[in-house]
Design a protein around this ligand. Structure first.
Ligand code: UT7
Length: 332
């Protein structure tokens, strides 16, 4: 029988963004918008869109390869893959299974999680708990989205906000008690799915000529309401997890927030009474990459030496569902 483990540490990070960089001026050639509107209302300057034949799993593989290299592990030791995505390669099989094969891994446990923009934290938390049980030793956790595949390029209120990307981490069971992923909080409120959703393509409205003509396979969002909820919930869940582990906000060395809107992040900083220097942001260059977002910012922060051994890192996200989550990490 395998023994429950003391802790779980992140031993490698990786990310990938497509080569095709699309500026706000480029978007203004597609819909009635402007660089000025997008910058001031969201903080986004540009985003990356995948090539037509580039899939979510292609991006995920590129991020995974970097995380595996960074962790310095033999990939054959990975015994669990969890992919967080709402834009899988196809409704089924899971993108995680496609990845298992493309990465040349053994017949390990592989599955997808769908928690929209909170997906990375849901996957991280699930992976940690599976490792803590003692049944798994090394997990590959991915957030990957080809958001451009579900954007309505006739809806200026949504298509300018999102981008494509993948991010990955390797989680390993460890006997250390001082460092690692201290814990996570996740939550949901499914009372009004229409706040942010893709109406068709599931069992409610199966794909049909009519659903396509009605543009129901694209993202629909009540931006104002989502904005309000994001500010409130991200502030609440951040304070809750800090309370749970008896930390004060000022003890956090770096916050990695979901990259949806700079004004949401500003409000979060105010609610937590923390200066913006404590936040790592990259939405100006990548927009909202949904489940890839916090992993993409985490990888960048680590590679830019913004994370040092012993640092206390708070990751927090919010998205469709509604879903939310926060993780506290004492960096090894
Ligand atoms: O990942 C989690 C989910 N996503 C989010 O967290 C996003 C949350 N929401 C937001 O970030 C903001 O609500 C938006 C950036 C989406 C919109 O900002 P806003 O300040 O709430 O703008 P609005 O929706 O109230 O629109 C203001 C105006 C409207 O015109 P009128 O009615 O005042 O004449 C819109 O039609 O801006 C117009 N508008 C645009 N104008 C130029 C909406 N989109 C655009 C656009 N370019 N792309």
């Amino acid at each position: 029988m395998s023994k429950p483990t003391q802790s779980v540490i992140i031993t490698g990070t990786g990310s990938y963004t497509p080569a095709n960089v699309v500026t706000n001026d480029d978007m203004a050639k597609i819909v009635d918008t402007s660089d000025e509107w997008i910058r001031t209302r969201s903080g986004i300057h540009e985003r990356c869109f995948a090539a037509q034949d580039e899939t979510t799993s292609d991006m995920a593989i590129a991020a995974a390869e970097k995380a595996i290299t960074a962790a310095g592990i033999d990939r054959r030791d990975i015994d669990l893959i969890i992919v967080a995505t709402m834009t899988p390669d196809m409704p089924f099989p899971s993108t995680a299974c496609i990845l298992q094969s493309k990465l040349g891994l053994g017949n390990i446990t592989a599955f997808d999680i769908q928690a929209a923009c909170s997906g990375f934290i849901y996957a991280l938390n699930t992976g940690c708990n599976m490792l803590r049980s003692g049944a798994y030793k090394k997990a590959l956790i991915i957030g990957a989205e080809k958001m451009s595949s579900i954007l309505d390029f006739e809806d200026r209120a949504t298509c300018v906000l999102f981008g494509d990307a993948a991010s990955a981490i390797i989680l390993e069971a460890s006997d250390s008690v001082e460092v690692g992923v201290l814990g996570s909080i996740t939550g949901s409120d499914g009372s009004d799915p229409s706040l942010l959703y893709q109406p068709a393509g599931g069992s409610t409205i199966p794909s049909s000529h009519e659903s396509i003509d009605a543009r129901q396979h694209f993202i629909k969002m009540n931006g104002k309401e989502i904005f309000k909820q994001a500010v409130r919930v991200m502030g609440q869940v951040s304070n809750d997890i800090l309370d749970q582990y008896s930390f004060k906000p000022e003890q956090v060395d770096l916050v990695i927030p979901h990259q949806a809107n700079m004004r949401i992040i500003d409000s979060l900083a105010k609610r937590m009474r923390l200066p913006m220097e404590k936040f790592h942001n990259n939405l100006d260059r990548f927009g909202n990459t949904s489940a890839a977002s916090v992993g993409l910012a985490l990888d960048e922060a680590y590679r830019k030496d913004r994370i040092q051994s012993g640092d206390l890192i708070l990751i927090v996200a919010f998205g469709a569902g509604l879903t939310w989550g926060a993780s506290l990490i004492k960096w090894q």
